[in-house]
Design a protein around this ligand. Structure first.
Ligand code: SAM
Ligand code: CA
Length: 277
């Protein structure tokens, strides 16, 4: 029963996700998202974690989250995650297990200056702000100010707002502006990219200049629901275009000798790049 429901609602979810990522969310798609979320609530009431992630296993994801992630998640992050779940597009929020990995990377890097592309309600943003030191800075960009403002009370409550410079804009012009000033070049320790997938390579070229040698860039959703491993005809039409973009980006990154990479099956797939030169 769960599988058949999931496949019906997955297609609605994809349409909304694509429109949202493209900044084209309309009243119609929002209404469909609300209907989707209502149904997902009903499924959740059955005690099932609806988003199985790339593991495609409710049991394993539940085990990981309940054993190692939720017990260690900061209260403000949990509160933001709960508020995001009520948002009509709440499924876009970052996966908490992937968030845990990002926090660990930030700590290992001793990251102080970071870039966040694709904020939504700010789960990964708050997580980063909580992890970097008091005088750390995050330049965060997303054209959707309203979604950011949903998460803002939690950021304020956590006392980390001063670390965040949120710019309500598509990321590309902001990155270009940063590159106009030499002081920014090679100055960032870390970047998290979780936005419009058709621009990932544009972001990569710019981030390769902004992030310092030895710094890290993490790209989210690189396994696109597992569709990258399926033949095109086995993938629903709404997922095909994004599957193709992920395939191209993944192939290009795999060949880019300016970075070393780790290709991870966590969340919806993350590629971690370390800039070599
Ligand atoms: N990282 C977020 C989190 O932790 O919950 C999730 C980000 S959500 C999957 C994708 C976001 O990318 C959306 O909020 C959308 O508005 C944003 N986006 C879409 N096009 C963009 C663009 N050109 N530049 C920056 N952000 C964009
Ligand atoms: Ca994502």
């Amino acid at each position: 029963v769960i599988v058949s429901r999931d496949s019906i609602y997955a297609s609605i979810k994809d349409v909304v996700r694509e429109k949202m990522i493209l900044g084209l969310a309309s009243a119609l798609t929002l209404a469909r998202a609300k209907a989707y979320c209502k149904e997902m609530d009903n499924i959740s009431k059955l005690g099932v974690i609806p988003n199985q992630g790339i593991l495609q296993s409710e049991g394993l994801l539940k085990y990981i989250l309940e054993t190692g992630v939720f017990p260690r998640e900061a209260k403000t992050l949990k509160d933001l995650r709960d508020a995001t779940a009520k948002h009509p597009l709440g499924f876009m929020g970052a996966a908490p297990d992937a968030g845990q990995l990002i926090a660990l990377l930030l700590k290992l890097l001793n990251a102080k200056k970071t870039i966040e592309i694709g904020v939504f309600t700010g789960y990964s943003l708050l997580l980063t702000a909580l992890t970097i030191p008091h005088d750390g800075k995050i330049i965060a960009m997303d054209p959707d100010r309203e979604a950011y403002e949903t998460g803002l009370p939690f950021i304020k409550k956590a006392g980390v707002e001063q670390k965040i410079d949120f710019i309500a804009s598509p990321a590309k012009p902001v990155l270009d502006k940063l590159l106009e000033h030499d002081v920014n070049v090679g100055s960032f320790d870390f970047a998290f990219v979780d936005a419009d997938k058709n621009n990932y390579w544009n972001y990569h070229e710019r981030l390769m200049k902004l992030v310092k040698i030895g710094g890290i860039i993490a790209y989210d959703n690189t396994l696109w629901g597992g569709t990258v491993a399926l033949p095109e005809k086995a993938v629903s039409e709404s997922k095909r275009e994004w599957r193709k973009l992920a395939l191209t980006f993944n192939n290009d990154i795999a060949k880019d000798c300016r970075v070393e990479i780790a290709f991870l099956s966590i969340g919806d797939g993350i590629i971690i790049c370390r800039r070599l030169h």
